[in-house]
Each structure stands twice: as structure tokens, then as C-alpha cells.
Ligand binder design. Structure first.
Ligand code: HEM
Length: 519
């Protein structure tokens, strides 16, 4: 209905429409005609004929039971016939790009009146553009694909490619040279890890974990070995199409036989008699984006150790979807290589020196996961604050219960700690050479990831208690919490299991204790 046709209705008039076949309800100063909808209402017709609802202002009841997004669906927005005389809508409908005004819903650097030693004007402009883009194009696709399990839409990949977002997700480096980043907002040489953190955190706000990995998680970990260790010929073959979002690549290391223990891999590569080809046999498991990948960066056992080899989807390569507890939109695959022949020129890094190739990428991969995990955790804090504020139980909002406030306190403290530590590590990355990062940050990043994912799980547990039954329901008020609680273990396993990482950090620290130190 156009604004012109909107009627201004008195509360007296509205209250007369309070029965079956003639039912009006007020929500946030807008009058909804539910006469025909009542029979189709998912919550049943009876609740709408209640004396407190029919012909009355049911705003509070509505928001105790539904998310704001319900009212924004076009089929429901059409039910509005007018507004209440002398009243104005009080509820803010977020616009693409908006910064949330809920305390702790944003990292401090994005809140008015707070300061940051790390984020510059360039980062702020960049954040604002990325958020608008994600709100407009990525979030709707994320929610739809998370439901139907298909991979992220090609139209979204294409739009991201126009802005060079795929290239930026690999971090600062030579691969950005000559590219127009975010419509020219950042010069390639000025792009740093804080810009990358922003992209990762903005994407994580979609609250769709399977989609988050489907959104080329495989590229973020599978392409760096090509960029850093591939021949010029191989790079030319692979990099342009992958960064244009036209072809897909994944990292294929873990197997049913070996996960964190990369030295125990069983997939083999042997040279053909003429020495010109590798012949690859074996299997890989949990390969993100594997179902739709055109290229696989594969860790293989060779005569003298491990070798990383780029494998195209050729004869002998097969991929099967693995059903995990997040959606199939991530394209998690079981991959089999059956006498697959690839040119020896596709070797990435030194023959038998693959361990270095694999390890060299771990810090960045884990740091990316920390960025996403910290932001998802914050999204849950926002959901809990909003819910506790609008939901009434025992005659008062949930925020009136001390036990709920205590849970919120822990959640907020955890997410603030995680983000502050993350920003510190990111600052170190911006100022260290790659070599320095490997020696000084491997332990820091391992601990940070361990801490991010431990606190994430505590927050998932607390949030589920705060939401009650809704926290275990896939639709409605608690759907974000149900999703988070179900998918939170992914971060604690992918890129290095929590306990393995903690141990790695301690072992590195022990090695660096000066030999001449004593209590
Ligand atoms: C414009 C008006 C309304 C629309 C479009 C609407 C729509 C919906 C939808 C789509 C659901 C499914 C759950 C979800 O997606 O959140 C639902 C559930 C429900 N609705 Fe409504 N509704 C309206 C008004 C009301 C009002 C005024 C009440 C007041 C009592 C109410 C009570 C319920 C209940 C009890 C449920 C079940 C909630 C649950 O399973 O947790 N609805 N409604």
C-alpha cells in the first residue's frame, strides 16, 4: 500500500475490529489487518483473538515471540492498512551499512566516542563500504543458501570479484598489485592486515557458518601455496581465474587416517617412468569447497617425505559431499584420487619439502579463523542482549533476573578480551616480516585461536540457556543461537584442534626460555 492510501485510525475505531473475519492488531504504531491471515498464522488463530491482542496494541507480545525480520517480509508488510492516530513508530529498522547501537554489539573502534590506536580513516571508510556490500548482497544469499545447502551464488562471487574481495581475502601482498580494491578505496600497497580483518569480520556477521566456509574458505587456505611456491606457469594458469571467482580451489591435506598429524598422511605420489608426471593415489577427508573445486592443493607422501602438488579436477579425481553439522553450502568433501596423473611442473615448493609449504600457511589461516570467531561471538552477545531486553518472564524483562545478567557479564567480558588480543596480534603482523611472524607469532596465534574457540563454546552454552527452548529451535527467535551452538565446534577443530594448538604454544614458549634463567 502506498503512503497516500495509509489511513490514520483512532484506538476506538481499531478496537472494534476484534473478532474472527474482522481482526486488526497494532504493532509499533502500525495497524495490521489480520482478518484473512489469522487462519494461516503459524502461531495459530486462537492467540490472535485473545482480548489483549484483538483490536489492541500487541507490540510487546509480538516482540516476545517474533524477530523484527518477520514484519519486514513483503507478504506481511502488505497487511498494514494504516497508523495509529497520534503515535509514531518507535522501532528502528536497520539499513544496509548501519552500525548497531546495542552496547558491545560492535568492537569498540566502531562505536562513537571510543578510540583505537590501530584503525585509521582508511580502515573506517573501508569498513563502511564492506558492511554495506555484505548487508546488501551477501547476507540475503547467506541466509538462503544456508537453508537450501547450495553453494554461494555465482552472482555474489562475481560482485565480490569486481571489488577484488577474493584477492583481498588472501591478505596484503604482491597479488594485489595493479588491482582496484573496493572501487579504489584502498591502494594495494596500503592494504594491511587490519583491512583483511575487517573483511573477515564483516562476512562473519552474516551468522551463517556453513556459508562462511562456502564463501571460498578453500581459496583462502588453498591458493597461498600456489602463490608462494608455484612456478610462474602454474600461477598464470590458476590465480587469475580463482581471484575472478570463476574457478575454485581447495586445500586437501587431512585424511581419515591423519588430521592434525600431517606427518602421518597416506595419500601417495610416485613419478611416472619417464619422470614427467606424478601419479597420485589416496583419499582426503573434510575438504572445504571440495565438492565444487576445480583445483586441489594436495599434500602427498613421496619417497623422501611430503610433497605438495596442485591437482586439477581430471580423470581419477572424485568428490563426494560429507554431511556435517553445518550446511552443505560449505561443499565439504571426501576426495578420492585414483591413478591421477599431473605434470611434475605442478609441484608446489620443494620435492619432499612439503611440510614447510603446509606449515607456512597455518598462522594466517588460524588468524583468519580468530577474526571470524571473535565476530560471530559478538553477534551472539548482541542477540542475547536484545532478547533479554525485549523478552518478559515472571512479569519483568529477562534483564531483571540476576542470573541472566551474570551470564551476559561473562559473555561481554570474553568477547572484549578476544577482540583486544586479536587486534594486538594483528598489529604485530602488520609490523613483522613473514619470517618474524613465523618465529614470534606461531605460539601467540595458536593460543589466541585456542582461547577464541574455548570462549566461543562457553558463550554458545550461556546463550542457549538465556534463550531457553528457542535456543534449540531452527526457526524463529532463537534461530541464530541454535545455529551458533550447533556449528561452534567447527572453529575449535578446523585449522588445528584446540588442545593441539595450546600444546604447540607452550612447547614454543618452553624452547625460548633462556637457558641461563633461574627462579
Ligand atoms: C503482523 C502480525 C503477525 C505476523 C505476520 C506473525 C507471523 C508469525 C510467524 C511467521 C510465525 C512463525 C515463527 C517465526 O518465524 O517467528 C509466528 C509464530 C507465532 N506467533 Fe505470530 N505473527 C503476527 C502476530 C502475532 C501476535 C499479535 C501474536 C500474539 C500472541 C502472535 C503469536 C504467535 C505465536 C505464539 C507464535 C509461535 C511462536 C513459537 O513457536 O515460538 N503472533 N507468527
Amino acid at each position: 500500500m502506498s503512503k497516500k492510501e495509509m489511513r490514520i485510525l483512532s484506538t476506538d475505531e481499531i478496537s472494534k475490529h476484534n473478532k474472527e473475519g474482522d481482526l486488526w492488531v497494532v504493532i509499533d504504531a502500525k495497524v495490521y489487518d489480520l482478518s484473512r491471515f489469522a487462519a494461516m498464522h503459524p502461531g495459530g488463530a486462537a492467540v490472535l483473538y485473545d482480548a489483549d491482542v484483538a483490536g489492541q496494541d500487541a507490540t510487546e507480545q509480538f516482540f516476545g515471540l517474533h524477530r523484527l525480520e518477520v514484519l519486514l517480509r513483503p507478504q506481511y508488510a502488505r497487511l498494514i492498512i494504516g497508523t495509529v492516530q497520534g503515535e509514531e513508530s518507535q522501532i528502528h529498522v536497520p539499513e544496509p551499512g548501519d552500525i548497531s547501537q546495542v552496547p558491545y554489539a560492535e568492537p569498540t573502534w566502531l562505536n562513537d566516542g571510543y578510540f583505537s590506536p590501530y584503525f585509521t580513516d582508511s580502515h573506517r571508510k573501508f569498513q563502511s563500504a564492506v558492511r554495506r556490500f555484505v548487508d546488501e548482497y551477501v547476507r540475503p544469499d547467506a541466509q538462503a543458501r544456508e537453508e537450501d545447502g547450495k553453494r554461494p551464488s555465482q552472482s555474489v562471487f562475481d560482485k565480490m570479484a569486481e571489488l577484488e574481495m577474493h584477492a583481498m581475502r588472501l591478505g596484503p601482498g604482491k597479488h594485489l598489485k595493479g588491482r582496484r580494491l573496493m572501487d579504489g578505496l584502498v591502494e594495494p600497497e596500503k592494504f594491511d592486515y587490519f583491512h583483511e580483518l575487517i573483511i573477515t569480520q564483516e562476512l562473519a556477521r552474516c551468522g551463517a557458518r556453513g556459508y562462511g566456509d562456502g564463501m571460498l574458505g578453500g581459496m583462502v587456505i588453498g591458493l597461498p601455496p600456489v602463490l608462494n611456491f608455484g612456478s610462474e606457469e602454474v600461477k598464470k594458469l590458476v590465480v587469475p581465474d580463482v581471484l575472478a571467482g570463476k574457478k575454485f580451489i581447495c586445500l586437501a591435506i587431512s585424511e581419515a587416517f591423519a588430521g592434525s598429524d600431517v606427518a602421518g598422511l597416506r595419500c601417495t605420489a610416485v613419478k611416472s617412468e619417464d619422470g614427467k608426471e606424478w601419479i597420485i593415489n589416496g583419499t582426503k577427508k573434510w575438504i572445504t569447497n571440495g565438492t565444487f573445486a576445480d583445483w586441489f592443493t594436495v599434500g602427498c607422501r613421496t619417497d623422501g617425505g611430503l610433497t605438495v602438488i596442485l591437482v586439477p579436477r581430471v580423470e581419477g579425481v572424485e568428490t563426494k559431499q560429507i554431511k556435517t553439522s553445518y550446511s552443505t553450502t560449505a561443499g565439504t568433501a571426501y576426495v578420492t584420487f585414483d591413478n591421477v596423473r599431473v605434470p611434475v611442473g605442478y609441484t608446489l615448493g620443494p620435492e619432499d619439502g612439503g611440510l614447510l609449504v603446509i606449515l607456512s600457511n597455518f598462522n594466517h589461516e588460524r588468524w583468519v579463523m580468530c577474526c571470524a570467531s571473535a565476530r560471530s561471538q559478538r553477534h551472539v552477545v548482541e542477540e542475547c542482549l536484545k532478547w533479554a531486553h525485549q523478552r518478559k518472564a515472571f512479569g519483568k524483562p529477562l534483564t531483571g533476573q540476576a542470573i541472566i545478567r551474570a551470564k551476559l557479564a561473562q559473555m561481554i567480558a570474553r568477547v572484549e578480551a578476544v577482540q583486544s588480543w586479536l587486534e594486538n596480534v594483528t598489529y604485530q603482523m602488520c609490523n613483522m616480516s613473514y619470517k618474524q611472524q613465523s618465529s614470534k607469532l606461531a605460539g601467540q596465534i595458536a593460543f589466541l585461536k585456542m582461547y577464541c574457540t574455548k570462549t566461543a563454546q562457553q558463550t554458545a552454552e550461556d546463550a542457549t540457556q538465556v534463550f531457553g527452548g528457542r535456543g534449540i529451535t531452527r526457526t524463529g527467535m532463537g534461530r541464530m543461537i541454535e545455529h551458533y551452538h550447533r556449528t561452534v565446534p567447527f572453529d575449535s577443530l578446523l585449522g588445528g584442534a584446540e588442545d593441539v594448538l595450546g600444546d604447540l604454544g607452550v612447547r614454543q614458549a618452553i624452547r625460548k626460555i633462556p637457558a641461563n634463567t633461574r627462579l
